[in-house]
Design a binder for this molecule. Structure first.
Ligand code: NDP
Length: 323
């Protein structure tokens, strides 16, 4: 038996219930991990509320780090005792878990368990957004919504490291300082200021090459007005609620724009891609473009408090649960 947080029906943070759960031996292609740190992500909230589907009851959580304590009989690449991290299937909010070996990597010595538990889902998301979805280059003007958030800070750091001029929207003056420290050249308090007007002023009317938007409903369609002709709108999340259906002709009217709605899970479906992305992320960390900092910590039993803090916009940066 292990302690785990389960969700039996969609709901608020109170739907996260700590229980004793049976942990079977790992299946033939699985690794069993004693977890040391578990990443908390906005996707865990979409799962808990039912915005993203799941079979009930389920254990939330897609990201973590710890030690291998058992391996399935087909697993050759991991041994008991090794430090590992993963991003993959649900089941993260638990003292120990089984997970497909193809979702697991060896955790480099330079990274703590906590850093490992937050760099996988958020770091790899920033990797594909900046390096694949739209290839950010020196001189690009980049708008990052919620720039003090978990993914947002990594986007600001890395885009700045790539030579882009980063403009970040943020929910408070404290968050503005955080986004600036992460690499945003300008910040916009989008709860008070009209962010489209501010982007026009800051870019002297030239507007942005790309908008990275994990906020969703509250920033759409205004985000499109921040883009120059042929610019790229990247909708990668919906912290304020999903964007409603819109007429694709809007993209023509706003300047022959491109728009996309990518997911990390498509990008890491093939092991080779996953490893290449990981290498690129670790390289960026070594170059100092990405610094994972110290995540906010909550005991596993307080997962509900962590969720309440994240969805009330009280947090900045990354968060972990400690089992
Ligand atoms: P964050 O730490 O960024 O937290 C969400 C932030 O969104 C808040 O802190 C807040 O920042 C902002 N926000 C704006 N409006 C609201 C609202 N109404 N309610 C709550 N928050 C709001 O979370 P994560 O780093 O975990 O995730 C960021 C985004 O990235 C999410 O949308 C997530 O779904 C997405 N994501 C997408 C992936 C993909 O592959 N597509 C993978 C990983 C994450 P502020 O106060 O500054 O406004």
């Amino acid at each position: 038996m292990v302690k785990a947080i389960r969700v039996h029906q969609p709901g608020g943070p109170e739907a996260l219930v700590m229980e004793d759960v049976e942990l079977p031996a790992p299946a033939v292609d699985e690794v069993q991990i004693r977890q040391r740190a578990i990443g908390v992500n906005y996707i865990d909230i979409y799962r808990r509320t039912g915005a993203y589907p799941a079979d009930y009851p389920f254990i939330p959580g897609h990201e973590g780090a710890g030690d291998v304590i058992a391996v399935g009989k087909n697993v050759k690449s991991f041994k008991v005792g090794e430090r590992v991290a993963y991003v993959g299937a649900l089941g993260g909010y638990a003292q120990a878990r089984n997970i497909a070996a193809h979702s697991v990597i060896h955790l480099p010595k330079a990274f703590s368990y906590e850093q490992g538990a937050v760099m996988m889902l958020k770091g790899l998301t920033a990797q594909y957004l900046l390096r694949k979805t739209f290839k950010v280059k020196k001189g690009h003007r980049v708008l990052v919504h919620a720039g003090a958030g978990g993914v947002g800070q990594i986007l600001c750091q890395w885009a700045n490291g790539l030579g882009a001029r980063v403009i970040a929207t943020v929910g408070s003056p404290d968050k503005a300082k955080i986004a600036e420290a992460a690499g945003a050249r300008h910040t916009i308090l989008y709860r008070e200021e009209n962010f489209v007007e501010r982007v026009r002023e800051l870019t002297k009317g030239k507007l942005c090459d790309v908008v990275y938007d994990g906020v969703g409903r509250a920033t759409f369609p205004e985000s499109l007005d921040c883009l120059k002709p042929f610019g790229m709108f990247v909708s990668f999340g919906s912290a304020s609620g999903p964007i409603e259906a819109f007429d694709i002709g809007l993209l023509a009217l706003k300047g022959s724009l491109y728009a996309t709605r990518p997911s990390l899970f498509t990008h890491i479906a093939r092991r080779r891609d996953y490893e290449e992305m990981m290498d690129d992320l670790l390289h960026a960390a070594k170059q100092g473009f990405v610094s994972l900092g110290e995540p906010a910590r909550f005991p596993l039993a307080d997962a509900a408090k962590a969720h309440a803090a994240l969805e009330s916009r009280a947090t900045s940066g990354s968060m972990v649960l400690i089992p």
